[in-house]
Write a protein of this length. Sequence first.
Length: 209
Amino acid sequence: MGKIVVMDHPLIQHKLSILRDVNTGSKEFRSLISEIANLICYEATRDLPLEDVEVETPICKMTGKTLAGKKVAIVPILRAGLGMVEGMLALLPSAKVGHIGLYRDPETVQPVEYYCKLPLDIEHRDVFVVDPMLATGGSAIDAITQIKKRGAKHIKFLGIIAAPEGLDALAKAHPDVDIFLASLDEKLNDHCYIVPGLGDAGDRIFGTK
């Protein structure tokens, strides 16, 4: 079973409270999504492999550490996942960015894929699938299934807010995937929105209704 990490860092919890506030506008909301993604990414990359490198400081030569050439891909689930990419690229500027597009059928509440564009060498990369909301888990499960079909073997999911139902579904469907979250909320309501949640993340990021 992959590990599940719900981060309780004070900076994340502070930013999350502002993010949830109905009075937070799109500009600030986008910034907060990016900042929280940056902090979650910091924890999710803790196990990236290192190798020795020789460095000459102004004083002397020494042996330092550098990332061991491991390739990384960030794959946002469109469209809300786009809000997390910039914050992650601040830490991983050489990462390739793929995109996978899914929407939720309003009647069946099942995900429908409409777009998938990934790096050609996805099978050689550590893949971070990102989406601010993990509600039913359907979109994340389907996105990871499609990415696995294209050869990816090392996948982590990074979200901001999850419902227990979505977390359980994702963990059961993809037990090899580590999951990193900022908050595990109370439940889903009858319309499959997370409670207390923050509403529709895509609408709040992009200022749509």
